[in-house]
Design a protein around this ligand. Structure first.
Ligand code: ADP
Length: 248
């Protein structure tokens, strides 16, 4: 298997902190247009893997190739964001005192750069993009509401919307449903499936009910490498997974 034709290609990736291998010979391939769930016990290396893909951590060895040819180990975080990799951290970081719509406009401005924004009037195209994002993130009815007044789940959706405004090819989402109500969790699965029609998505998640609803290929990480891969049913029945993770 080579990087060609894949959206994200990790091969033989390792990184150690003070001699401890947080990522140990990790290989993983994401196809264009794919949504993947990453699960694994605490300390498995999920966060470190995302840090490597987004340029926050540089691997000691291994290939990290984006879009079939871009060597991500040669780029920093800012470059990598500009290349079209968006990352949503667990805690929402929306601007509480701004409206939902203003938050999305700010995210669009961020893509254009501050200087361009000074000479820029919002175009019809921007308005359409914002309308589309509001719809995808279930926030159309709340567009003029201050972000502070949104529920926790809606804030998470708004932040996903802010990432969509930057039109990433790949979206990395860290535990999106932590702290959400059951109804919000179900809605988030639907929302991400819609987003995955136009973007590749990697979701790191602990909530197995939610992973089941996503209904996508699952990669199980343990001790910094891939323990099993396949449907949730397949990996749940894998004896290595039962021993190392689900059995704990
Ligand atoms: P997960 O996200 O799956 O819970 P992490 O990627 O956060 O796992 O961590 C993997 C392992 O690497 C853990 O044992 C953690 O303590 C260690 N680790 C992660 N980042 C650092 C760091 N900056 N310095 C030292 N150890 C780290």
């Amino acid at each position: 298997k080579t990087a060609k034709g894949s959206l994200l290609y990790l091969d033989g990736v390792s990184v150690a902190f003070d001699g401890f291998k947080a990522i140990n010979n990790l290989s993983l391939v994401l196809e264009p247009g794919e949504m993947r769930a990453i699960i694994g016990p605490n300390g498995a290396g999920k966060t470190t893997m995302m840090d490597i893909v987004t340029g926050k951590t540089r691997p000691d060895t291994g290939d990290v190739i984006f879009d079939g040819e871009v060597d991500l180990t040669r780029h920093d975080e800012t470059d990598i964001a500009a290349l079209g990799i968006g990352r949503k951290f667990q805690k929402p970081t929306v601007f509480e005192s701004h409206t939902v719509e203003d938050n999305l406009e700010l995210a669009l401005d961020r893509r254009r750069g501050v200087f361009a924004t000074l000479f820029y009037d919002q175009t019809q195209k921007d308005r359409e993009a914002i309308d589309r994002i509001l719809e995808t993130t279930r926030l159309t009815a709340r567009r003029h509401e201050r972000a502070a007044n949104l529920s926790h789940g809606q804030k998470q959706w708004l932040e996903i919307g802010m990432l969509l405004a930057q039109n990433p090819k790949l979206l990395l989402v860290d535990e999106p449903v932590a702290g959400m109500t059951d109804a919000e969790t179900e809605e988030t699965a639907r929302l991400l499936r819609e987003i995955a029609q136009n973007h590749s998505v990697v979701v790191v998640e602990h909530d197995m009910g939610f992973v089941r609803e996503l209904d996508v290929k699952v990669t199980v990480l343990a001790e910094g490498s891939v323990l099993a891969e396949g449907s949730l049913d397949h990996v749940s029945n894998d004896s290595k997974v039962i021993e190392n993770y689900l059995g704990r």
